[in-house]
Design a protein around this ligand. Sequence first.
Ligand code: NAP
Ligand code: GDD
Length: 318
Amino acid sequence: MKRALITGITGQDGSYLADFLLQKGYKVYGMVRRASTEKYERIAHAKDKITLLQGDLLDQLSLVNAVKEADPDEVYNLAAMSFVPTSWTQPVLTGEFTGLGVTRMLEAIRLVNKNIRFYQASSSEMFGKVRQSPQNENTPFHPRSPYGVAKAYGHFITVNYRESYKLFATSGILFNHESPRRGMEFVTRKITHAAASIKLKLAKELRLGNTDARRDWGYAGDYVQAMWLMLQQDKPEDYVIGTGKMHSVKNVIDVAFKHLGLDPKRYVKVDKRLFRPAEVDMLCADYTKARDKLGWEPRVTFEELIRMMVDADMERLQ
Ligand code: NAP
Ligand code: GDD
């Protein structure tokens, strides 16, 4: 039985990855940080099958102990401060969690067992003000937020530990991926939840920032398979994961509201206070390498994804 340790198991991706690895017959360990109230909604359905270990990306000893105790074949480092706007209000903490936290995890692996395979959750946010479109593994980075800068550090330290210490360390450069388990503050979920609330007369309007921003949105359930595939290869390499299709925030609004028979013009307001100090205008993945080497393809389309999220929010609110 293979063993995996997932950091960030209580998050969107961690919960889908746990489901995926359990199905594959893995013994799954999840690292969680201590809180006065437990936040395990996303893994509640699988909690009996997962072993939770306490640890924090800020605390080196807790990481070493988590790796020792789980004794894993694979570590998936998904934990991070992942919400871009907060990275401007908490830039130092973001650097500690999202950047230096990766080094701490890599050091824990180097100390405990150099044969552990390591996945780092890197981000298309590193491309930022894009130098070419679509973006692939060779596109230069130009991050536009403290979050993007911290992720670029996490990416390069992963590459560096692979080159310096011959660790099996991979960096998955994932474009935006969503699901009914997406955090409420991210734009897709904010929209699908608001559309459902308005339909049920629980809300009257939706305030958004830059609705012209374009992203390559895919389904989180598809993307965790790519993470796993990266660790099953003969050689550790970095991969771009996305759908190759770009849509605007306005497109998300249209699909969500029309699915419920609502006219978005009546409810959606642009609020300048929600604009970012520096915006990433567009992101679009060239995932040719992942398709050719991993045999990976996204399955859920953009429209299916948004409708799935609206339906889940309707069901939850009803
Ligand atoms: P998420 O839902 O925000 O989950 C983040 C997870 O990190 C949570 O489990 C959180 O735990 C944990 N965490 C935060 N700070 C921590 C700390 N100091 N110590 C231990 N755990 C900590 O994020 P996600 O969407 O699943 O994304 C997973 C990873 O992929 C993140 O690294 C994100 O930056 C990256 N990524 C995401 C996307 C995307 O579109 N979703 C795209 C590219 C890259 P709590 O529950 O305790 O807060
Ligand atoms: N969150 C949010 N809220 N975004 C808004 C809003 C709003 O009210 N209005 C417009 N937007 C725009 C943002 O300005 C951004 O251009 C776009 O919608 C997407 O925002 P988010 O959903 O917050 O995602 P993100 O692209 O900033 O970051 C996500 O994807 C990254 C990968 O590219 C996160 O999951 C990151 O963790 C991830 O690395």
